[in-house]
Design a protein around this ligand. Structure first.
Ligand SMILES: [Fe+2]
Length: 244
């Protein structure tokens, strides 16, 4: 009996082993949630680097006051509200822009509005104090656009041609070349969703809130006068930083 039983048990065990399906390899999905691993950032609403009337007569004091203390402040406050409880309270703006398609419209619009305006204020200075393009920047502008004047004409076209609300930009693309672009709403060229991406050197706000009190519907006049208050020293600094 034993002689028959032992081979029978072995046979059954082999049969069971052969018919038992191999465990499926667990599929590991690509993480869709971006993880912030950078340094903790404390978001701050920086002071305007000059007085409200400092850019007169090209940008009037009332527009500056409303633009900074109401519009910019609202973007900043709403950005903080939008990220509250998200787990991304201490993430950098660059991180949000790198992963912007993951985040809500509230984060996108307000992170953009917060960053774009902070940059914009720094890119302007009272008339006669902003310096001029450095030799390095001037060479790059000439190489790409032929002359400073041609560059300004093209930048003006981007600013006046942006339908509705948005921004005009001079950026450095990944291959190091200068490019003019424009974005809608509070988007910017750092956002991964933009067709033309790069590091901003110069930005111009063409929302009506930026000019309507003084210029009404004449956006082109506002754009032309912007050149009187460009802070080229800051533009030069941003360009140098992209070369390092
Ligand atoms: Fe604005």
């Amino acid at each position: 009996m034993k002689k028959i039983l032992i081979p029978l048990v072995i046979l059954v065990l082999v049969a069971v082993a052969c018919t038992t399906p191999a465990p499926k390899t667990q599929e590991i999905a690509e993480p869709s949630v971006p993880i912030y691993t950078g340094e903790a950032v404390v978001h701050e609403f920086a002071a305007l680097p000059y007085s409200y009337d400092a850019l007169e007569p090209y940008i009037d004091a009332q527009t500056m006051e409303i633009h900074y203390s109401r519009h910019h402040q609202a973007y900043f406050n709403n950005f903080l509200k939008a990220i509250e409880g998200s787990g991304y309270e201490q993430a950098s703006l660059e991180f949000f822009f790198d992963n912007i398609s993951y985040f809500s419209a509230a984060i996108r619009n307000n992170a953009g509005g917060y960053f774009n305006h902070s940059l914009f204020w720094s890119l302007m200075a009272p008339a006669g104090t902003g310096g001029a393009p450095s030799d390095t920047l001037a060479q790059a502008i000439n190489a790409k656009f032929g002359s400073l004047e041609n560059f300004q004409t093209k930048f003006n076209a981007a600013a006046t041609g942006r339908f509705g609300s948005g921004w005009a930009w001079l950026i450095v693309t990944e291959d190091g070349s200068l490019t003019i672009t424009s974005t809608a709403n509070q988007d910017n060229p750092l956002m991964e969703t933009e067709a033309v991406q790069g590091k901003p050197l110069l930005a111009l706000d063409v929302w009506e809130h930026a000019y309507y009190l003084k210029y009404q519907n004449k956006r082109a006049d506002y754009v032309a006068n912007f050149w009187n208050v460009v802070n080229w020293n800051k533009v030069n600094e941003l360009y140098e930083a992209t070369l390092n």
